[in-house]
Design a protein around this ligand. Sequence first.
Ligand code: NDP
Length: 295
Amino acid sequence: MTRRHGSLTARRNCAERTSPRRTHASSWCKRKVVLLNPSELFSVESQIVLITGGSRGIGRAIAEGFAAANATVVICSRDADSVERAVSSIGGNASGMACDVSQPDQVKRTVQSVLDQHGRIDTLINVAGVNRRKPAESVTVEDYDFVMDTNLKGAFVMSLEVGRHMIERKSGTQINIESLNTWMPLKGVLPYAVSKFGMQGMTKALALEWGQHSVRVNSLAPGFILTDLTKKLWSDPTMQKWNEQNAPLGRLGQPEDMVGTAIFLASPASAFMTGQTLFVDGGFSAGWSWPIPPE
Ligand code: NDP
C-alpha cells in the first residue's frame, strides 16, 4: 500500500468514502483514520497540560518537554517556592501553583483554577509520588497512609476531577506514572508497591469506562531514574555496580528519558491506545539478567 501523509482531517464517518490508499478503516467501523504527517502525529502543540509533581525530577523534565513542544504547561506540587523556581526555568507558557494532592480540597481548587484560567485541560499527568523504604514488618499505618494518600488517592481524586471535565468535552488524555513495581514488586517498599499496583488498576478501570467518551487513560512506568527520590539509594557504590551489571542498557535513567513516551501518550500518535502501561526502564522488565555459568 502506498502511504501518503494526509492532513489533520483525522476522522470521518465510514459512509463518506475516501481513497482506500489513505485509510485503515474497514467497512464495519464508524470512523476512519486519515494518516497524519509525523509532526502532526506527535504534536501536543496548544494543549493545556496539568502535571502534578512538576517541580522536580521526572515531572519537571516532562513539563520542560511539553513546554518545548509548545504546550501550555501548568505544574503543581506542595512547595510553592520550588513551583515558582521550576516555572521560571521551564519558561514558555508555564505556570504553577502549590497543591498537596493528598488533600482532596486542594486538588479540587487546583483543577477549578486551571479551568478558570485556561478553559480546558487536554492532558493530565499524575506524577506526584513519595516513597518510604523499610522492611514490610516495620511499616506503620502512618507510613501506609502517607504513601497511599499521595501516590494513589491523590491521583484518584485528580483523575476524577479532571475526568468529569474531559467527559463533558468528549476529549482528553490522562497519563499515570507507575513503576517497575507494577511489573514485579521490589523488596522493602511495600506501601509504594501497593500504590503502584493500584495505579495500574485505576488506569485500566478508567480506560474501560471512559473510552466511550473519547477520554484515554494510559500509564508510563519508569525504571530506575536518578532523582531526589532515589539519589540516596543510587549513591551507594554497591547499588551502582549492581545496576551497571544488570541493567540491559547498562545505565540509570535520567528524568529526560521519560519525555518522549509522555508526549507520545498525549499525542494523536497513540489515538488507538488506552488502558496500557508502557515501561521505560532501560530493559529491566524484559526479564531477569542472571549469571550464566560457563559450560
Ligand atoms: P522526586 O522526589 O524527584 O519528585 C517528586 C515530585 O512530586 C516533586 O515535584 C514533589 O514536590 C511532588 N510531590 C510529592 N508529594 C506530593 C504531594 N503530596 N502533592 C503534590 N506534589 C507532591 O521524585 P521522582 O521524580 O523520582 O518521581 C516522580 C514519580 O515517578 C513518582 O510517582 C515516582 O513514584 C515515580 N517513579 C520514580 C522512579 C525513580 O526511579 N525516580 C521510578 C519509578 C517511578 P513537593 O515535594 O514540593 O511536593
